[in-house]
Ligand binder design. Structure first.
Ligand SMILES: Nc1ncnc2c1ncn2[C@@H]1O[C@H](COP(=O)(O)OP(=O)(O)OP(=O)(O)O)[C@@H](O)[C@H]1O
Ligand SMILES: [Mg+2]
Length: 358
């Protein structure tokens, strides 16, 4: 005999989410119908693709069938909320969560990872923005396929409209100083410029704002950690020892200011010859995995050296949906955002306008 409705709800609530590693909250499950034709909708605090939702699907179907229930429909809705950031930093208007992508080292693929994470999240139905924090050498526009000379950023008083490209909102210094003039600014001016880009853009209900950081641990990183509300950070490295040492510095900086680290991305971690399909480890191998283990932070994924990925970056287009590397980015994006969903909810913005007077 099939179990009762309440028993089934109880059992579904005890399933461990494969990404958050926490129990499904009973309140996140809507169950309708009866044991012969159950319809279930799961509300998730992070976006997910059909392919990755398959693992939830299997778990739910299994639990229903253990209780003699038959699933007619298993679906999900996203309910992305705002989560905790460093203490004492005010929320950015129009942005629920900020994900900083950085590394102590230049040229390791930060912008590539930042932009492709944004593409993956947008493809999974999240509202995404990309903030180019590289004030001296902005290259987010190119990777989004935007020719800065061809856009004119709408401005109302002191507020800029973000530029829309490939399903993402974006803001970059390159849109505001589009003639490619090299910017020779001193530290405080650079910090001021970053704050302006972050705070004076009319971000339109972004679930996630991805911040592409320049290399190093200088003024920009300091401003970000002190003045911009960062929900979590992603560290990019290549598997060489030198890169790893620089990365350790970057990790230390985020830790010092209380910004969580979602994990490490190991980039350029091997090359598969397109002709003979032989695998070569050009920049040595598994350094990222070893570092992640040594620092007790998760390895979010390893990306091979891929001519297709470089080409897509140069052309400013996303990789095809079914591409193997797109799937790696999709998994990384779900790891990062499911991790965010387990951080405390940030209720402060609900009270931001309350003033206490005598
Ligand atoms: N896995 C990869 N396979 C092939 N090319 C890659 C890969 N990752 C990045 N690249 C290429 O390497 C170059 C540097 O990447 P990217 O600009 O993302 O690095 P960065 O860390 O942001 O650099 P910077 O420190 O200058 O900001 C780009 O041409 C990019 O297309
Ligand atoms: Mg970059």
């Amino acid at each position: 005999m099939p179990s009762s409705f309440d028993t089934v709800c109880e059992a579904l609530g005890a399933i461990i989410d494969p990404y958050t590693h926490q129990k499904f909250d009973k309140k996140s499950i809507t169950l309708q119908g009866d044991s012969a034709a159950a319809e279930l909708v799961l509300s998730l605090g992070y976006p997910i693709s059909d392919r990755l939702f398959e693992s939830h699907h299997v778990l739910i179907k299994g639990t229903l069938s253990e209780h003699g229930w038959e699933a007619k429909r298993i679906d999900r809705v996203n309910r992305i909320r705002s989560h905790s950031v460093q203490e004492g930093v005010k929320a950015l208007p129009g942005v629920k969560n900020v994900i900083a992508v950085g590394s102590g080292k230049g040229g390791v693929g930060k912008s590539t990872v930042a932009v492709n994470l944004a593409f993956a999240l947008a493809r999974m139905g999240a509202r995404v923005g990309v903030l180019d924090a590289d004030i001296y050498g902005p290259n987010v526009p190119a990777m989004l396929g935007v020719e800065p000379q061809e856009v004119s950023v709408a401005q109302e008083k002191d507020v800029f409209e973000p530029v829309l490209a490939q399903g993402c909102q974006s803001m970059s210094m390159a849109y505001l100083v589009p003639d490619g003039r090299p910017m020779v600014w001193r530290g405080p001016m650079v910090s001021g410029a970053l704050l302006q880009l972050a705070q004076q853009t009319r971000w339109d209900q972004c679930d996630y704002l991805i911040v592409d950081l320049p290399p190093g641990t200088g003024d920009i990183q300091l401003t970000l950690s002190k003045k911009i509300p960062v929900t979590t950070s992603v560290i990019v490295t290549t598997p060489q020892v030198v890169a790893l040492l620089d990365v350790q510095k970057g990790i230390g900086m985020f830790e010092k200011v209380g910004i969580p680290i979602a994990g490490l991305v190991e980039n350029m971690s091997g090359f598969t010859c397109p002709h003979c399909h032989e695998q070569s480890d050009i920049f040595s191998k598994s350094g990222g995995a070893a570092l992640a283990e040594a620092l007790s932070i998760p390895l979010l994924g390893s990306l091979p050296l891929s001519p297709k990925l470089r080409e897509a970056g140069d052309l400013g287009v996303p990789l095809a949906d079914q591409d193997e590397i797109s799937s790696i980015f999709e998994e990384m994006a779900v790891s990062v955002t499911s991790g965010i969903s387990t951080q405390d909810i940030d209720y402060s913005r609900h009270f931001s306008n309350v003033q206490v007077t005598d």
